[in-house]
Write a protein that binds this ligand. Structure first.
Ligand SMILES: [Mg+2]
Length: 381
């Protein structure tokens, strides 16, 4: 089998209402932008993937990936993973391309990818990842609806000017849900956006003080309390805490960086993303390294339903993935339905709050081709 064509479509899908992500102050997001990629083969099998990105990703594929993929056997993924590592040296990351290759392998084998990688679970517990800042009263209303829908966990954002105001939201939510729901907190301190858009930079002492406050509310984990390369700070923070876990890694890239995060004792929970962090099978290796270190892996996902599905297979494959991020923050424009517009069906939890992995070959993507055709703004390849 040989790869014959790599075809990219840049797609811009409208959100039904305004969306103001807490981690990017001032942003009023009106659309979801993605690059849908089809890797075609001479066997008639087509592998799909989607970048959480715009035309820059399509151009990177054209320049740094497609010339090295075409003519190659798509099942020789460890050879092609090297192409993707080099692509990041030369241009924007293209790690999402490994998903299309595994989609081909799964289709060729007639098996879902998660079963090829261990098939530890058929369902993964989803936590409802919110994105906007809301008042305590609004968030209590939100979590009452989440509980009724079956969610077992909710993640809140900490981006008020005064952290005291963030803590008031947690206090109100904990009072409302009692012990019926886990609460996770994301500080989004690992990347550049808090530095450029007016967010408060925490630093070590604030992170420690906040984490200790969160322990009073039985918060399960604190995510990204410090910059992504503050290995010493993260390890010191983790050492000083008794009950709350420290999570992160969505902004770190590469197998070897994740080994470093594990070896330096930075996190209890690693959160790589199959669209962003490295090739998806490279992250299956990260899950194994985490397992050997008695750590958990809870994939990050945001942006689009194809990324959620890919990360679902990764989480279902390994024995140490207790949760999966499920981006959904009604009544803003970013909900499960808007997130999954490129798919024919919206992914949803069952009565136990779990996401079932589709029992279809590959990743089980079923694209809404009519909608995609209508919203395609550029094509490459
Ligand atoms: Mg996060």
């Amino acid at each position: 089998m040989q790869i014959t064509r790599v075809h990219s479509r840049v797609v811009e899908l409208k959100l039904p209402a305004p969306f103001h992500p807490a981690w990017a102050r001032g942003r009023n997001q009106a659309t979801i932008l993605l690059v849908l990629v089809a890797v075609e083969t001479d066997a008639g099998i087509v592998g799909h993937t989607a970048a959480h990105a715009g035309p820059e990703a399509a151009i990177a594929i054209e320049r740094f990936v497609a010339p090295y993929f075409i003519g190659q056997d798509p099942t020789r993924i460890e050879l092609l993973a090297a192409v993707l590592r080099d692509a990041e040296i030369l241009g924007p990351p293209a790690y999402f391309m490994e998903i299309a290759l595994w989609d081909i392998v799964g289709k060729r084998a007639g098996m879902p990818v998660y079963k090829l990688w261990g098939g530890a679970q058929d369902r993964v517990t989803a936590y409802c990842a919110t994105a906007e800042l809301r008042t305590p009263e609004q968030r209590v209303e939100d979590v009452e609806r989440m509980l009724a829908a079956g969610y077992r966990g909710v993640k809140l954002r900490f981006h008020h000017d005064e952290v005291r105001d963030d803590l008031k939201v947690v206090e109100a939510v904990r009072k409302a849900v009692g012990n019926r729901m886990e609460i996770m907190i994301d500080a989004n301190q690992a990347g550049v956006e808090p530095g450029l858009t007016g967010h408060r930079i925490w630093g070590f002492h604030r992170s420690l003080a906040v984490a200790r406050e969160l322990e009073q509310f039985d918060v399960l984990w604190l995510e990204e309390p410090l910059p992504r390369d503050d290995y010493d700070g993260l390890a010191r923070l983790r050492d000083r805490l008794d009950r709350i876990k420290i999570a992160g890694g969505e902004d770190n890239h590469g197998l070897h960086e994740f080994k470093l995060l594990i070896d330096r004792g930075c996190f209890d929970i690693l959160q790589p993303d199959a669209l962003l962090s490295d090739g998806i099978f490279q992250l299956r290796k990260v899950a194994a390294m985490a397992e050997a270190a008695h750590l958990e892996l809870v994939p990050h996902t945001w942006g689009n339903g194809m990324g959620l599905l890919a990360n679902l297979h990764l989480a279902a494959a390994a024995p140490n993935c207790p949760w999966l991020e499920f981006p959904h923050d009604p009544p803003s424009g970013f909900t499960a339905a808007s997130r999954d517009q490129m798919l024919r069906e919206t992914l949803s939890i069952d009565a136990d709050g779990k996401l079932r992995v589709p029992d279809r070959p590959g990743f089980g993507f079923i694209l809404d081709e009519d909608r995609i055709a209508h919203h395609t703004i550029a094509e490459y390849g």
